[in-house]
Design a protein around this ligand. Structure first.
Ligand SMILES: Nc1ncnc2c1ncn2[C@@H]1O[C@H](COP(=O)(O)OP(=O)(O)OP(=O)(O)O)[C@@H](O)[C@H]1O
Ligand SMILES: [Mg+2]
Length: 441
């Protein structure tokens, strides 16, 4: 048998996390990857049992069952179309299943599987997923895994995003108390089989609406109607951490409340471009504990710590403000402007993608991939339905990280418009930029 796999399919096949999601652009080879993986598993582990699910039976029949019949070798595999089960010559079984409604999951009550696979996971609800993964068990020592594949979009978009995408960098294993998870992003470009057979495919995706194009062509998870920072693009705004040169100026920006402390450490390079490189995101910290948590995470010298003006309000009982209490605990805050609309406009400027001197698409403000809450919240925040220039303040939890960054950029024009230094003015450039950006001493 002559099989070739793409690099991403191989990653998916080799992934050992308890839950794995292969997710992204349409045509990335995800469903085919599932079937290849199912076949290899069945052959490697005799008498193993696998369940492959789609949301409806017609979907299943049209895609996975049809492809599996041409992919799985007939001398080793026999499919029974009335039970929707395929049996391998070594006793392994692959069952094709579906769940039309929430109640359908009980059809699998009592069943047990070594591996469960969901294709188009965002078509399922989280409750269905959680129930079905409880069917993963068996009295053997075969690896037990849930392997899913999907495009962004669909009813389950948000829960799938928070379960697999918001947890941290793609391709890295995430450990939760309930086990390990991993997200493997897929792009159309990864699938040379399709691009060779159908070179017009990408062109056709390009004709889709902006939103569908983002989901299906770019495999972008940060999509939904009403999104305030629609320019947010992980490929542009999120980056792998690097060692920050000691000469770059460091800032902190925070939003504080008992419900959440969101504090960010930001470095500014010699072009005036900002890098959000550290995150502290924690609820239920009283002021002294918040200040101590910030101090514990700071071993660099920080030029300013930007904070919203309401932290200067004095409390009636003590006569002290949050500012006073932070100061008593060693953190000196600098008052940022709280003009919301102006602040969001500034942030739009900072996030605007542009091409840098090396031909790379970047933005004035970029975020290290360890700042997971900021990366989760920025694309989630929505327009305010009453004031289209402002962001909605609900759901409240997603506003803290965005507000903190807004306090950093408030009143600072983005460096994207600043010209690059030439040899002649290199010496004075930093000075010019410092005053231009309002970072003056
Ligand atoms: N390793 C491979 N060898 C040969 N053909 C492949 C391989 N991987 C994918 N293909 C082909 O590429 C096409 C797209 O693959 P597939 O259907 O798996 O993509 P997908 O990511 O599931 O797409 P969608 O998001 O639309 O469901 C199919 O025609 C499939 O047969
Ligand atoms: Mg598919």
């Amino acid at each position: 048998m002559d099989l070739t796999v793409s690099r991403k399919q191989l990653e998916f096949i080799q992934a050992t996390s308890g839950e794995v999601l292969f997710g992204g652009a349409a045509g990335g080879g995800k469903s085919y990857g599932q079937l290849l993986d199912a076949m290899l598993y069945a052959l490697k582990y005799p008498n193993s049992k696998q369940l492959i699910l789609r949301r409806t039976f017609p979907d299943l029949e049209r895609s996975l069952i049809l492809v599996s019949l041409s992919l799985f070798p007939r001398d080793l595999y026999q499919y029974n179309s009335s039970t929707h089960r395929g049996r391998w010559s070594n006793g392994s079984i692959i069952e094709f299943g579906y769940c039309d409604s929430e109640k359908d999951v009980y059809r699998y009550q009592g069943a047990e599987y070594d591996t469960i696979r969901f294709d188009e996971l965002t078509h399922f609800s989280e409750d269905m997923y959680i129930y079905l993964i409880s069917r993963l068990r068996g009295a053997n020592d075969y690896p037990k895994q849930i392997k899913s594949s999907t495009n962004p979009g669909g009813v389950g978009h948000m829960w799938v995003k928070s379960r697999f995408i918001d947890i941290g960098p793609a391709g890295e294993e995430y450990r939760s108390p309930n086990g390990t998870r991993m997200f493997i992003p897929s792009k159309v470009q990864d699938n040379k089989f399709l691009l060779e057979k159908d070179p017009g495919y990408i062109k056709r995706l390009e004709n889709l609406s902006e939103k569908d194009k983002k989901a299906l062509l770019y495999g972008d998870w940060d999509i939904f109607d009403g999104q305030y920072f629609s320019e947010f693009d992980r490929a542009v705004h999120v980056m792998k951490p690097f060692q920050i040169p000691s000469g770059w100026k460091r800032y902190r920006a925070l939003d504080y409340g008992l419900d959440m402390l969101a504090c960010y450490w930001i470095a500014v390079d010699t072009y005036g471009r900002a890098y959000v490189y550290k995150e502290l995101y924690q609820s239920n910290l009283i002021i002294s504990a918040a200040a101590q948590a910030i101090s514990r995470m700071t071993d660099e010298s920080v030029y300013q710590t930007m904070a919203p003006p309401d932290l200067w309000n004095r409390r009636q009982d003590t006569g002290k403000s949050v500012f006073d209490l932070f100061r008593e605990n060693g953190i000196y805050l600098t008052k940022a402007s709280n003009d919301r609309v102006q602040g969001w406009y500034n942030l739009h400027e900072w996030l605007k993608p542009f091409t840098d001197e090396l031909g790379e698409r970047i933005a004035g403000l970029r975020i290290f991939d360890n700042c997971v809450n900021l990366i989760r919240c920025l694309p989630m925040i929505q327009y305010d339905s009453k004031n289209p220039n402002d962001c909605a303040t609900e759901p409240h939890e997603i506003t803290h990280a965005c507000d903190a960054i807004r306090y950093f950029v408030a009143g600072r024009p983005s460096p994207a418009v600043a010209s690059l230094p030439t040899e002649d003015d290199e010496i004075s450039y930093e000075e010019q930029l410092t005053s231009f950006m309002g970072f003056g001493r």
